[in-house]
Design a protein around this ligand. Sequence first.
Ligand SMILES: [Zn+2]
Length: 226
Amino acid sequence: MTLRITERPSPNHEPRPDGEAIDTLILHYTGMRSGAEAIARLRDPADIVSSHYVVEEDGQVFRLVPEALKARHAGVSHWRGREALNATSIGIEIVNPGHEWGYRHFPAMQMAAVADLCLEILGRHPIPARNVVGHSDVSPDRKQDPGELFDWEGLAANGIGLWPQQDGATDGDALELLGRIGYRTDLPLPVLVTAFQRHWRQEQVDGIADAETLARMQGLIRLMAA
Ligand SMILES: [Zn+2]
């Protein structure tokens, strides 16, 4: 299936730096009451935010900023030792009211469109699976999106990002493991564990690195090394 994309250009972009590949894909939720409201904000020249794409709850896909340009979706961010990830990333905003306005499940039509869009993007850029992340992974002290209802496991089953297999190892130092995965490590441990759980242990988002959370960290590191 070829994805149909509707153009909704946003002026909120800049050139990308020379000589750096696009190697990170960052997924967000819009966190506003409606998709239309979110798209309007992401196109407002008085505002400073944008994204490359917006995916509506019915699966419609809008392009706001061409991939060749830098959109303003991640802000202060960090992953695997690098900062300010807007320069080298593509950002997708996925319509959902978010934790502030009534967080709810992402409909199947929407997730199918997200998967198709991600696969197209991954086909165009050298983005390793471990660099397919959520806003909360790269800005764990500020952001919760796309959150614990987002089907990361389903995306991974389609070849988008990583999902850890159970491997039995339940030991290890949580902060050290989180650093190896890619998180910044200069934040309080519960903040980082919460961010990890929103992505990789969604049934328990409490900031406590229990045995199962540690096992998933270990499993993820094993996948990253493979
Ligand atoms: Zn976000």
